[in-house]
Design a protein around this ligand. Structure first.
Ligand code: TXA
Ligand code: MG
Length: 324
């Protein structure tokens, strides 16, 4: 029996209540969800992903009010963020409530909380009426899935078709993982860039956003966390021709905004018109590279504005030269 792709919320909720895992669509990427109050369900998530135990997982909730019971304290500026951006692509890391399981927090005193903005998943969360632990629905270290087909390709062989399933909610509109903000003291700390920008966080909180996160443990920020099999090399827009000609017989492809010129015979993995489109297609483009046997991806970073910051972050992590 193969892993089932389902489209009804009821069946997803029934599986989650029975301790099963369901890959859920969100506006960012698909998440592999299980009951965040069940040690066994969370352990199964880690096993399916082959994820190291010390990596904390985000708890997904239906509303700001539901978030309060998972935190021991939420700074007022963080409440403002939740009220402004939820449901949406923002995770807020707060001091955890005593009952939050160590398997969820990786033994840390904090917990990451998020209300995702996908209608089907919000309905699942409302009906489930608990928290759902959900890391991205991919094997550890591989590219995050933005379609149900990607989830099946990565996890179809490891999930239990009797108990688990994939809820198909279509392609994820944002395409890269949520912005993560640390909110355990007076300063908002940007732990991972995403669709909610540092400027937006600063405008809502009236505080300067700290982007220096040395000493803060964010396990997802390890290099190669978002890597395809193909080698990824970052190139400047005006160096594409040169880089392509020195590729010596390797199968090369270009990943860049549409207005970046390359040699006419160099295949393009995508042709995004702007940073929003670039984010949307980023992970499927990296998968296309692997599926079509590309050895070398020449990637041109977009400008560091809006979603461009998140794209730059993810591409740098999977690029050549990142510590392996
Ligand atoms: O958009 C997203 O955030 C997606 C969707 C499914 O919601 N989820 C996601 O989960 O990207 P994951 O597990 O792949 O990445 C979560 C990141 C990890 O880097 C983890 O270290 C960090 O969140 N994180 C979670 N809880 C944390 C905590 N208490 N302190 C610091 N970092 C935390
Ligand atoms: Mg992930």
């Amino acid at each position: 029996m193969a892993l089932q792709t389902i489209v009804d919320v009821e069946s997803a909720v029934a599986r989650l209540r029975a301790g099963g895992l369901v890959a859920l669509p969100t506006e960012t990427v698909y998440g592999l969800a299980g009951d965040a109050s069940s040690e066994d369900a969370v352990a199964r998530i880690f096993a399916a992903k082959a994820r190291p135990a010390a990596h904390p997982v985000i708890v997904h909730l239906p509303s700001v009010s539901a978030a309060r019971s998972w935190a021991s304290h939420v700074p007022s500026w963080a409440v403002a963020l939740m009220e402004t951006f939820w449901p949406g692509p923002l995770t807020v890391v707060v001091p955890k409530a005593p009952a939050v399981l160590d398997v969820v927090t990786g033994g840390q005193p904090t917990v990451g909380l998020r209300v995702p903005a996908h209608p089907m998943t919000l309905q699942v969360l409302e009906e489930f009426s608990g928290g759902l632990a959900a890391p991205s629905a991919n094997r550890f270290g591989t590219v995050s899935p933005t379609t149900a087909v990607h989830v099946v390709a990565g996890l179809g062989g490891v999930l239990d078709p009797e108990r688990d399933a994939v809820l198909d909610g279509g392609p994820c509109p944002v395409g890269v993982e949520s912005t993560i903000v640390g909110a355990w003291d007076d300063a908002p700390r940007l732990l991972r860039p995403g669709a909610v920008t540092a400027d937006q966080i600063s405008a809502v909180t009236g505080r300067e956003v700290c982007t220096q996160t040395e000493g803060v443990r964010t396990p997802g920020s390890t290099a190669t966390h978002y890597a395809p099999r193909a080698r990824v090399v970052l190139v400047e827009a005006d160096q594409v021709d040169k880089a392509a000609t020195t590729a010596n017989g390797q199968r090369v492809a270009l990943l860049a905004l549409r207005d970046v010129d390359g040699p006419p015979d160099l295949p393009r993995l995508a042709e995004p018109a702007d940073a929003d489109e670039y984010a949307q297609v980023l992970y499927s483009a990296l998968r296309t590279a692997d599926d079509s046997g590309v050895d070398l991806v020449l990637a041109v970073l977009p400008a560091p504005a809006g979603l461009g910051m998140a794209i730059r972050d993810r591409l740098r992590r999977c690029a050549d030269g990142a510590a392996r």
